[in-house]
Design a protein around this ligand. Structure first.
Ligand code: CA
Ligand code: CA
Ligand code: CA
Ligand code: CA
Length: 310
């Protein structure tokens, strides 16, 4: 696997709707506020988190060194969002907006998302002032129960790594470590076989607990075009009248269910069979792997094909 692209970005805000239910037996005062993830640096410094409920909102900025959320602006006098008289059985929906800062890495480079835990706390009422059988006041300022929800932002979640290796085939011995799959350039000789392997992984979190959304990758299509840079395996780079590698029929395969289609020509736009030849019209110049179904969180699959060096 590679160290990743090293790219960073300033992601746009991502909005979540969270739900909290009073599953206890008493009403009370509900408060909603963000809290630091267990590993403080899992959330970038200066991430902005805004919690909204009804017409109230509180915007915070996060300090990844101290783990503190500091109020930037609010309609609540700087206090956390508060829902009074949160009665048993009641469900409250509230909004959480997460704005990651400039310099945020790609999730696919670091194999994780950016977690924003939000804690819902209830301070139960203890007094029934109007004697209707329902407690309605007298909370003591001490929290009686809490529930944390993690809103996790991903900056991409389907990671792809393309590697190659050299097989002897009918050629000379394979040089150095060229026989091992890696992202490094290889030095194959005529008769050797180049095997390409694209590993694709859904790096998002699998289902944990209940009521969580997960990110499945659907409509995944992997296109490998040997006529488009940085690929050049379907081109006659040395001008000897033959394309430099030829398809090995039957070699294109996905580790899971998929439909693989073949194209010839340069540009590689002519639908073809799984054929082999030494020109762009008689060989395969593009493979398209259309994945069936979804790539579930945590799932890793591969697509590969082999080319003989001419
Ligand atoms: Ca941003
Ligand atoms: Ca009452
Ligand atoms: Ca209390
Ligand atoms: Ca050639």
């Amino acid at each position: 696997m590679t160290a990743g692209t090293g790219e960073t970005l300033d992601p746009s805000s991502v909005a979540f709707t969270n739900t909290v239910k009073n599953s206890g037996t008493d009403a009370g005062v509900l408060t909603l506020q963000p809290t630091a993830p267990i590993a403080l640096a899992d959330l970038p410094n200066n991430t902005r988190v805004t919690i909204t409920y009804g017409s109230d909102s509180v915007a915070y900025t996060y300090d990844s060194t101290t783990g503190a959320f500091t109020v930037l602006s609010s309609t609540t006098g700087g206090q956390p969002i508060r829902v009074n008289n949160f009665t048993p059985g009641t469900v409250v929906n509230y909004g959480v907006e997460v704005d990651l800062p400039p310099g945020t890495p790609l999730s696919t480079d670091i194999n994780r998302g950016f977690p924003v835990p939000v804690v819902a706390s209830i301070d139960n009422y203890v007094t029934d002032t109007n004697s209707d059988g329902v407690k309605d006041s007298g909370n003591d300022g001490t929290v009686d129960a809490t529930n944390a929800t993690i809103d996790r932002v991903y900056t991409g979640f389907l990671k792809m790594v393309k590697e190659s290796r050299v097989l002897v085939g009918t050629g000379p011995a394979v040089q150095g470590t060229d026989g091992d799959f890696s992202v490094a350039d290889k030095k194959p000789a005529p008769g050797n076989i180049l095997e390409y392997r694209i590993t694709y992984i859904n790096i998002s979190e699998a289902q944990a607990g209940t009521g969580n959304l997960t990110l499945s990758a659907s409509k995944v299509v992997i296109v490998e075009d040997g006529t488009l840079s940085p690929n050049n395996w379907a081109i006659d780079n040395d001008g000897n009248g033959q394309i430099d590698t030829s398809n090995i029929t039957g070699s294109a395969a996905d580790s899971g269910a998929s439909t693989i289609t073949f194209f010839s020509g340069q540009p590689a736009t002519t639908s073809s069979s799984d054929q082999t030849g030494t020109t762009v019209t008689t060989d395969v110049t593009k493979y398209v792997d259309t994945v069936t179904g979804v790539v579930a969180p945590g799932q890793s699959r591969t697509f590969g094909f082999k080319r003989k060096v001419n």
